[in-house]
Design a protein around this ligand. Structure first.
Ligand code: DQA
Length: 144
C-alpha cells in the first residue's frame, strides 16, 4: 500500500483558535481526521506530523525515504526557508506544498514562496480542502 507523509509547519497546531477569519475554525485534529478518512477511501496510508521547528522539518524530509510522496504546509517557513527548499531538492520523493489561505492575495511578504520551486506543485487557498486536493494530486502523480 502506498504511504504518504503530511508535514504541518509552525503555528498550525493552533488552528481553530488562530485567526479563524483567515484559517477557518477547523482544528488540526479535524483536518487530520478528514485526511485519514480520504486516505482510507483511496487505499493509501498516511503519517501526519506537526512541527514548530525548521530543523525537525528538515530531518523529517531526510528520513522520508520509504514515503511515496509528501504533502507539506511549511507555514511561515514558506517565505524564507532556503534550508527547507534545499531539503526538498535533496530528496527524490514527490512533494506538494499546500496552504489553507491563498498566499497570493494576502500581505506582500506572503506572496513569495521560496519552497514551492522545489516541489512538483503548490495548492493554496482552499482551506482544509487544499490538503485533500494535494493527496489526490500525489496519488494521480504516482499513477501517471
Ligand atoms: C499558511 C500561510 C502562511 O503565510 C502562514 O505563515 C501560515 C499558514 C497557510 O496555510 O495559509 O502559518 O501556510
Amino acid at each position: 500500500m502506498e504511504k504518504y507523509l503530511v508535514i504541518h509547519g509552525p503555528n498550525l497546531n493552533l488552528l481553530g483558535i488562530r485567526e479563524p477569519e483567515v484559517y477557518g475554525r477547523m482544528t488540526l485534529k479535524e483536518i487530520n481526521e478528514n485526511l485519514l478518512r480520504e486516505a482510507a477511501k483511496n487505499n493509501v496510508k498516511l503519517d501526519i506530523i506537526q512541527s514548530n521547528t525548521e530543523g525537525e522539518i528538515i530531518d523529517l524530509l531526510h528520513n522520508a525515504n520509504d514515503m511515496h510522496g509528501i504533502i507539506i504546509n511549511p507555514a511561515a517557513y514558506t517565505h524564507y526557508s532556503v534550508a527547507i527548499h534545499d531539503a526538498i531538492k535533496a530528496i527524490s520523493n514527490p512533494v506538494i506544498e499546500v496552504h489553507l489561505s491563498n498566499i497570493h492575495n494576502r500581505e506582500d511578504f506572503r506572496k513569495k514562496s521560496v519552497t514551492a520551486a522545489a516541489c512538483i506543485g503548490q495548492i493554496s487557498g482552499f482551506g482544509f480542502y487544499s490538503y485533500i486536493l494535494a493527496l489526490h494530486a500525489l496519488i494521480h502523480h504516482n499513477q501517471s
